[in-house]
Design a protein around this ligand. Sequence first.
Ligand code: TRP
Length: 371
Amino acid sequence: MPTSPSTSKPPRARILTGDTPTHTGLHLGHYVGSLENRLKLQDEYDCYFLIANVHAFTTLADRPADIRANTIGIVKDWLAVGLDPDRSTFVLQSEIPAIAELTFLFAMLIPFNKVMRNPTLKTEIETKGLGETYPFGFPMYAVGQCADILTFRPELVPVGQDQEAHIEMCRDVALKFNQMYSGVGNRVEPRDHVKAGGVFPIPRAKIGRVARLVGLDGTNKMSKSLGNAIFLYDDAKTVQKKLNKITTGRQSPTEPGEITNTLMQYVDVFIGGASVAGEARAAEIKRLYATGEGGGIGDGHIKAELGEAINALIEPMRVRRAKLDGPEGDAIVNDVIRRGIARANIVAEETLHLAKKAMGLDFGGRLVTQV
Ligand code: TRP
């Protein structure tokens, strides 16, 4: 642990989360499902945001150029939405040797059959059509994800619901490690593991405000491949055009509407979620919508109001992203990546040292250059 003068504030608790660079194209579902959460957490926590570029090879090993382009794209996305590389650390997985080392060591603590029964992996095998042909490294990534997380010894892991099985596995690994190698008793509560001498805090998942944002089609989850998404970099007109296409089956402003339909869900999320005043306005819209009182409120009116709210939210992102796509963009991204690697390796090497020591593997240190 770095020693700090006794007058300084206690170190902020750590958070780790990340994305796999298998695709590009952030949409509103990504924003309310995870990015918004990260933006807020930056104020309170010491945040580590990981780009799982090694994991991307588990399904795209033959497309390294795409992985590289998506890696750079993710950093641009993060900067565009407002993640701040001065306050938070951007971690490029492939440049953190401790993660690879811990993956191997943790692989001894997880029964093989348990990995193969992991529901998140199973779903992925189905939805990505991996059949029987996936590489050994594919299920291995679940162990790798435990290492991604535990390398930074975080308290919280903000993720979507689909990642909960991975976090559960990560908790199992941390518990077992602490019990096996740090002498933590079987009956010690997870939250007391560090106090009891464990190397790893037992991290908890933190699910975002909106676990599933419905798409413009009104039935499926918002997703790029289903063509039902509003992207963060859609221009103002496109956003409005897409909203205007939402159908509710309502004939007039006074016809009482279904307050759980797509339009009303968006009102809740993008008008209600914006501020206290927004919350009051969303409640008012829903009341008029449900009752048709005082002339009610028309779909067209609501769509225009939604368009304004969504455009106000994403306009700064469009502006920042456009700058990053300009001539200086790549230099900015390279600098952010390099600084992140240097900072991340300080924590990562410290964790690795503690873990190897606990395992009786402390035969001499390795120095990672600190730029
Ligand atoms: N598997 C995650 C996803 O596809 C990305 C990821 C990799 C991650 N390592 C992580 C998320 C560690 C949280 C913590 O979304």
